[in-house]
Design a protein around this ligand. Structure first.
Ligand code: HEC
Length: 162
């Protein structure tokens, strides 16, 4: 079986566990999805980040994140000020959570490049360079305390103040 076939089988198992309910996922279903993503769907597990985590690289990653990821993940990667974060299905997770931090650097890069179908998490391949994606991964490992950077400007109404 190739990875796609394994993913389909695992997704079927998850649907069976869920009993095809149209309600929010229960604990068992959520952890089955989580396991499948960490071990089957998301590739790149053993690929290493070529950059050391210097403060300059963290700052670079933060800037790219604030340009491209901010509308859904907030400036701090923890959804601060994003009005619809909990309303999406699945919701936008905190990138500081254990669920996200237990991915390897290579897996985080894979997620950014390929997105997560069929959720709202977009694929950045061809939009962001390899180097930019690696810098974002470094920022994800050094997220500031939740709320410390304020809200994304798009949601504060600043655009209308001039
Ligand atoms: C249009 C909204 C949107 C944008 C823009 C976006 N994301 Fe996401 N992101 C999501 C959603 C929704 C999820 C939840 C996906 C899921 O659980 O299936 C997510 C999940 C993630 C995850 C965790 C994956 C997992 O297994 O739960 C990471 C890491 C992530 N995003 C990083 C980024 C980075 C870095 C950027 C910018 C390059 C970005 N996202 C841009 C909506 C977005």
């Amino acid at each position: 079986m190739n990875v796609r076939q394994i993913t389909i089988v695992c997704s079927l198992m998850v649907s069976l566990l869920a009993g095809c309910r149209a309600t929010p996922p229960g604990y068992l279903e959520a952890s089955a999805v989580d396991w499948t993503k960490h071990h089957v769907t998301v590739g790149g597990e053993h690929i290493k980040n070529p950059f050391p985590a210097t403060s300059a690289k963290i700052e670079d990653g933060k800037k790219i994140f604030a340009f491209y990821c901010v509308v859904c993940h907030g400036r701090d990667g923890q959804n601060t000020g994003v009005p619809f974060a909990s309303k999406l299905s699945p919701p936008v997770p905190s990138l500081a959570s254990l669920h996200v931090q237990t991915y390897t650097d290579g897996q985080l890069k894979w997620i950014i490049e390929n997105g997560i179908e069929p959720s709202g998490m977009p694929a950045s391949k061809g939009i962001l360079s390899e180097d930019d994606i690696w810098k974002i991964v470094i920022y994800l490992r050094h997220l500031p305390p939740a709320g410390s950077l304020g809200e994304p400007r798009a949601y504060t109404g600043d655009e209308y103040e001039k």
